[in-house]
Design a protein around this ligand. Structure first.
Ligand code: F6P
Length: 345
């Protein structure tokens, strides 16, 4: 088969591991040929490609980023975008197209599937919020980075008797915040799923200070918001898929906490640090398993599907199911979080 591949949306550690697994199994077991499209859907629109073979995919397993680069190009916003994609895909005589990406990228895969392209999706989002799969690669690495940062914030917070607010990624779902917050022993964890109750945040902090500790750690997902405010963002500009650039809830919280409690408070935003660098062993494994299943699906002729993790097993679902809704944080994790807090009166 001749197979195209691309990586779209925000990058995350493990993309290269998927690319390598697809290409290795495809070449070694099926005799496939590959075309790599550069920078997500932009590479299809511009016919910008690179060769994908044993040489170009060698030595990339442990590397962050993506050798195919990425972008948030939205084909739906480009005049004649789908027609151009169809022409380019036909000109490369592709039998299948494997797209690594989140709900935005997969919404284009679905639209192309409906136009006859034989698409297969691999789920990718650092936020871990794609429905239909229990995990996206890159998430474990991000949580490890955030947890280590929270560990480090403890000593400087303690040295200065400060509250430190750590802002982590998570636009619509607080998976990174709740997982790194619990793992790192944060005193307060704030997620987009639960509107911020600033009085409750301050009560938890006062309780801690009243019981001997003179410092505290708050972890907040970038998408957490005060009930009466918009999500904190860097202005009103939106990307090609209509998302504002979130940032600043940590600073907003720091100001409110200091004003209400009198505790000296600082904020830090981990930002893209969470998406950079080498993937964890877990993410390399998950990414490799996804890649192997994706190329197998192509040879089974099962198109319009997304590779997923169900429990501990790799499976697949229709692309339409994956983009139907956001997978938010489970109630049992929220319960673990509140189990560690002093009970509400
Ligand atoms: O969608 C994943 C994500 O990392 C979000 O958590 C974050 O809001 C956004 O991407 C950042 O996007 P960009 O890299 O385009 O600034």
């Amino acid at each position: 088969m001749r197979i195209g591949m691309l990586t779209g949306g925000g990058d995350c550690p493990g993309l290269n591991a998927v690319i390598r697994a697809v290409v290795r199994k495809g070449i070694l077991h099926y005799g496939d040929e590959f075309v790599g499209f550069m920078e997500g859907w932009r590479g299809v629109l511009d016919d910008a490609t690179m060769p994908l073979n044993m040489e170009t995919t060698s030595g990339i397993l442990h590397k962050g980023g993506t050798i195919l680069r990425s972008s948030r190009t939205n084909v739906k916003k480009i005049p004649n975008g789908f027609e151009t994609c169809l022409q380019v895909i036909a000109s490369h005589k592709l039998d299948a197209l494997i797209a690594l990406g989140g709900d935005d990228t997969q919404s284009i895969s679905l639209a192309l599937s409906e136009r006859g392209v034989k698409c297969i999706g691999v789920p990718k989002t650092i936020d871990n919020d794609l429905s239909g799969t229990d995990a996206c690669f890159g998430f474990d690495t991000a949580v490890t980075i955030a947890t280590e940062a929270i560990d480090r914030l403890h000593s400087t917070a303690e040295a200065h008797n400060r509250v430190l607010v750590c802002e982590v990624m998570g636009r619509d779902a607080g998976w990174i915040a709740i997982t790194s917050g619990i793992a790192g022993g944060a005193d307060v964890i704030l997620v987009p799923e639960v509107p911020i109750d600033i009085e409750e945040v301050c009560r938890l902090l006062r309780y801690r200070y009243d019981h001997g500790k003179k410092f505290a750690i708050v972890v907040a997902a970038e998408g957490a918001k005060f009930p009466e405010r918009e999500q904190a963002s860097q202005g009103a500009a939106v990307d090609a898929f209509g998302h504002v650039r979130l940032s600043g809830i940590g600073q907003q919280l720091a100001e409110e906490i200091e004003k209400r409690t009198g505790f000296e408070t600082r904020s830090v935003n981990l930002g893209h640090t969470q998406r950079g660098g080498t993937p964890s062993a877990y993410d390399r494994m998950l990414a490799t398993r996804y890649g192997v299943r994706a190329i197998d699906l192509a040879h089974e002729g099962r198109f319009g599907r997304l590779v997923v993790l169900k429990g501990t097993h790799i499976s697949d679902i229709p692309l339409s199911e994956a983009i139907a809704k956001t997978r938010t944080v489970d109630q049992d994790l929220l319960d673990v979080m509140t189990s560690l807090e002093p009970p509400r009166r």
